[in-house]
Design a protein around this ligand. Structure first.
Ligand SMILES: *[C@@H]1O[C@H](CO)[C@@H](O)[C@H](O)[C@H]1NC(C)=O
Ligand SMILES: *[C@@H]1O[C@H](CO)[C@@H](O)[C@H](O)[C@H]1NC(C)=O
Ligand SMILES: *[C@@H]1O[C@H](CO)[C@@H](O)[C@H](O)[C@H]1NC(C)=O
Ligand SMILES: *[C@@H]1O[C@H](CO)[C@@H](O)[C@H](O)[C@H]1NC(C)=O
Ligand SMILES: *[C@@H]1O[C@H](CO)[C@@H](O)[C@H](O)[C@H]1NC(C)=O
Ligand SMILES: *[C@@H]1O[C@H](CO)[C@@H](O)[C@H](O)[C@H]1NC(C)=O
Length: 462
């Protein structure tokens, strides 16, 4: 081969520089590499020109189709006639006849670009390829709407907006974006990936619910014009069990006859919306009507019982469940709300002074409520008021009807009263009921007189 760079003759006649060096340059149009084309529409011209130093000339074209590669065949020469005639191609002018009468420019026209030429590699060059061009069929993005997709909380979402095995756009879309409810989202973490046409969320959360839109746009190669764009959407509906964001009432205590509102919780959520069931203190399902009304909103889930009776006392149960068809989604949320309907304690009676010192007074009285049980007395309070002064309440942790009121100012007049307190703080009964009652007990603490036993005036009337 006298045009081979490795031959002695080449050293003499062609490369002409240093032994072993074979320099030439080649210009082509388009640039070698992968090129994207539309099938069928117009002629595509490939030009290959050797500019200098060449014993190798751009005299011939060859090709290797996808099928050739698949079947292990190499390049095959393209001819415009004869046995290997290929109707897709036209070999046209061969200009600028160079050394040895071999043309250094050759032009190949693809007159019919069909899809079976996709990924065909075209080589120019005599014997040794000087440049190659890979033909790709342009293809705009093709995406598919996925409509509504339901997942339960913590399940996986893995969805491709392109049909499996379908064409990916060529060239690869240079602009791909995902938006959720109109806001762009980007894939980053390993548990939440937005990657070209696919979306992957390892464990969906309620906040993942929303409308996802993928937009993809591709452009022709080498800064070419817009090729196509597509959008596809997916509505993710994450089903999750009932939950409250706020607490419930715990225990509700009311005076008999008043209304009671039992709050199961605030901020109830669940998807689909939870179904609520209340049962009363006997286990029967409580429905609206009569003394009972139910809150309809989700902000506050509550049951209100008007004019309470003592027999309403007990545990009322609210439960919220989310159904997906016949199946319960997630866990049901149930809470027992304790209702205590009480009668206020009866005011103490028979308040009496049983002892007195210079700075203390020992009082005794009788609690008619004690032992009757509803509600139990938890403590009692003695109200101590200097005449014309502030009322001071002193609490004694005992349900016994007695108290040693100490730290009094000698020679001062006090108005004293006993208060029975039930275990629900706001339920109390005062004896006497007010200072203006005829039953007010007014005592004067005597001035200390050495070791004398002080005289006490008991002005208690009731
Ligand atoms: C493509 O080339 C062929 C052969 O030169 C010619 O007949 C035809 O008109 C050309 N088509 C276009 C669209 O230029
Ligand atoms: C096409 O040309 C490139 C660049 O010169 C080269 O790296 C590649 O191997 C060639 N491809 C084939 C199939 O010869
Ligand atoms: C072209 O070939 C590539 C690689 O095999 C393939 O991914 C693409 O879908 C093909 N394009 C067309 C239009 O057939
Ligand atoms: C993105 O998708 C491509 C094509 O499906 C895949 O090859 C690649 O691994 C994906 N990347 C990630 C981070 O999942
Ligand atoms: C209240 O309801 C919840 C949920 O249905 C249940 O788990 C709980 O045992 C109920 N409590 C009573 C006292 O029935
Ligand atoms: C009341 O308390 C005072 C002061 O602590 C004490 O001196 C007095 O003995 C007490 N009185 C009675 C009857 O316990």
């Amino acid at each position: 081969m006298w045009w081979s760079c490795s031959s002695v003759i080449i050293l003499t006649f062609s490369c002409g520089l240093q032994p072993g060096e074979c320099q030439f340059s080649v210009t082509t149009d388009p640039v070698p590499g992968v090129n994207g084309y539309f099938p069928g529409t117009q002629n595509i011209t490939l030009v290959c020109q050797v500019n200098e130093g060449g014993s190798r000339r751009a005299t011939s074209w060859s090709k290797q189709t996808a099928l050739d590669r698949e079947e292990g065949r190499g390049r095959r020469t393209i001819t415009s006639s004869g046995n290997n005639f290929d109707p897709n191609f036209l070999l046209s002018s061969q200009e600028n006849i160079g050394q040895f009468g071999i043309p250094d420019t050759s032009i190949l026209t693809i007159v019919s670009l069909t899809e079976d030429l996709n990924t065909t590699i075209i080589f120019c060059g005599f014997e040794e390829p000087l440049a190659n061009f890979t033909i790709r069929i342009n293809y705009p993005p093709v995406l598919t709407d996925r409509g509504e997709v339901r997942r339960r909380e913590n399940e996986e979402l893995s969805m491709d907006m392109a049909e499996p095995g379908s064409l990916l756009a060529f060239p690869f879309p240079s602009q791909v974006s995902w938006a959720k409810d109109g806001e762009e989202v980007a894939g980053g973490s390993s548990t939440r990936v937005f990657n070209y046409s696919s979306i992957f969320i390892g464990s969906v959360q309620p906040s993942d619910s929303g409308d996802y839109v993928l937009s993809a746009t591709n452009y022709q190669l080498n800064g070419g014009p817009l090729l196509g764009s597509a959008t596809a959407s997916l509505t993710l509906n994450v089903l999750f069990g009932a939950r409250y964001s706020g607490p419930g009432s715990g225990t509700v205590a009311v005076v008999e006859g008043e209304s009671a509102t039992l709050v199961c919780g605030t901020g109830l959520s669940g998807n689909p919306l939870p179904t609520l069931t209340w049962t009363d203190n006997t286990g029967r399902v409580a429905t609206a009507g009569g003394r009972t009304s139910l809150s309809t909103g989700r902000e506050v889930v509550s049951l209100t019982l008007s004019s309470t009776r003592q027999y309403d006392t007990g545990y009322w149960n609210c439960s919220a469940q989310v159904y997906d068809g016949a199946n319960v989604v997630g866990q049901s949320v149930g809470r027992d709300i304790r209702l205590v309907v009480v009668v206020p304690p009866v005011a103490p009676v028979d308040l009496a002074v049983k002892g007195i010192g210079a700075t203390w007074i020992y009082l005794q009285w009788f609690n008619p409520s004690a032992g009757l049980g509803n509600p139990p007395l938890s403590s009692h309070v003695v109200r101590v008021q200097e005449v014309g002064g502030e009322v001071e309440e002193r609490t004694f942790d005992s349900s016994e009807g007695e108290a040693n009121v100490t730290d009094l100012l000698p020679g001062t007049q006090y108005i004293l009263s006993a208060v029975a307190v039930s275990q629900f703080q706001d339920l109390r009964a005062i004896s006497p009921r007010s200072n203006s009652d005829s039953g007010t007990t007014t005592l004067t603490v005597p001035a200390p007189v050495c070791s004398d036993v002080p005289e006490v005036e008991d002005t208690r009337l009731a």
